[in-house]
Design a protein around this ligand. Structure first.
Ligand SMILES: C[S@@+](CC[C@H](N)C(=O)[O-])C[C@H]1O[C@@H](n2cnc3c(N)ncnc32)[C@H](O)[C@@H]1O
Length: 326
């Protein structure tokens, strides 16, 4: 069995210890022989062995850093890479990196590391979106659209584990209705429009135009005229710290009597009554509450009147949904 290679700056640095040997093969070999007790031939052999070992370590390092760089394309979260690689140990073995079955050019260990980096990156983006305003989130994602792709690959993996995806409930509900104008605010990959877009007119908004169905914007300011929408939907999309501005925008675009449909992660809404009260203050009337699902709560409102001219701030009404650090 091959000896594990410690892929750390320290061990990589040890390769330079060959400099002692380099000195020993020049004109001062006799002095070194006296010191080390090794013959010239033996010294030469040991130098070759050291050089080969150093090259093996360099190769391992190069392959490992390739995994890190391909899975963290953005420059905005270097700390995550450092934390993930640093905390989980950078020690790996030559056999596990070099000799295990390779899939898509990556060994099993490299694939595992890549998954960990993806997970860490998802949690970082998720936290950033929940702890900043819509404007700042828009700027962040516009500056680096890969954030959206990385976020959604992590988000989809999470939701796949849920017994029901709330989008499917909205789709089912809309399927049974006559033609409507729908605004899907924070639409993600726009599954709603892709599914019921022929039956209804669906306007899909998100931070990035992931596909041609989506208009990129901050959902606090959508490019729709006032009073033109029958149904406004926030499916797990009240992420910004200024989410009341999103609610007010939904109120602006909805006609009086239009429906506001919200699905939110259960753990975010610590006080349902306070949340409902805050929406009533913005001109909505509660029509239906569904708490039958363990993962998310669904609330239906009707627009009763325009939002008041001034918004009241509601700190702590929705908790940020932050995944546990592993
Ligand atoms: C948890 S995902 C849900 C996506 C989709 N509604 C679904 O259920 O599949 C929340 C979405 O809201 C978007 N989002 C969050 N804040 C936003 C903002 N201020 N403006 C536009 N989109 C926003 C995110 O980019 C993300 O795609």
């Amino acid at each position: 069995m091959k000896k594990p290679v410690n892929v750390s700056a320290g061990s990589a640095g040890n390769a330079s210890s060959g400099s002692n040997v380099a000195r020993s093969v020049d004109g001062r070999s006799k002095v070194n022989k006296a010191k080390t007790g090794l013959s010239f031939k033996a010294l030469k052999l040991s130098k070759v062995k050291e050089l080969l070992a150093a090259k093996r370590e360099k190769d391992v390092l190069q392959r490992t850093s390739h995994v890190a760089s391909t899975s963290t394309q953005s420059r905005s979260a270097p700390a995550i890479v450092a934390r993930c690689v640093g905390n989980r140990g950078t020690s790996t073995s030559a056999s596990s990196v070099g000799n295990s079955p390779v899939e898509g050019g990556l060994s099993a260990l490299q694939q595992k590391m890549q998954q960990k980096l993806k997970g860490a990156r998802f949690r970082w983006i998720n936290e950033a979106l929940y702890t900043t305003t819509g404007d700042k989130a828009f700027e962040m994602v516009q500056n680096d659209p890969s954030i959206f792709e990385e976020y959604h690959s992590g988000f989809s993996a999470q939701v796949e584990k849920w017994p029901v995806n709330p989008v499917d409930i909205f789709i089912k509900c809309l399927r049974g209705k006559p033609r409507l104008v729908v605004a899907d605010l924070g639409c993600g990959e726009a599954r709603l429009a892709a599914t019921v877009g022929k039956q209804h007119t669906v306007h899909s908004f998100d931070l990035v135009a992931h596909n041609e169905l989506i208009t990129p914007c901050n959902i606090a300011k959508v490019p729709l005229s006032s009073g033109t929408v029958d149904v406004a939907i926030f499916c797990l999309a009240l992420m910004g710290t200024d989410f009341i501005a999103f609610i007010r925008e939904a109120n602006r675009i909805l006609r009086v009597g239009g429906e506001l449909k919200i699905a939110e992660v259960v753990s975010r809404v610590s006080n349902v009554d306070a949340f409902v009260k805050a929406l009533e203050e913005q001109g909505f009337k509660l029509a239906h509450t569904d708490t039958s699902n363990k993962m998310f709560i669904m609330l239906d409102f009707v627009k009763a009147k325009q939002s008041p001219a001034r918004a009241s701030s509601k700190p702590g009404l929705l908790k940020p949904c932050i995944y546990k650090r592993r």
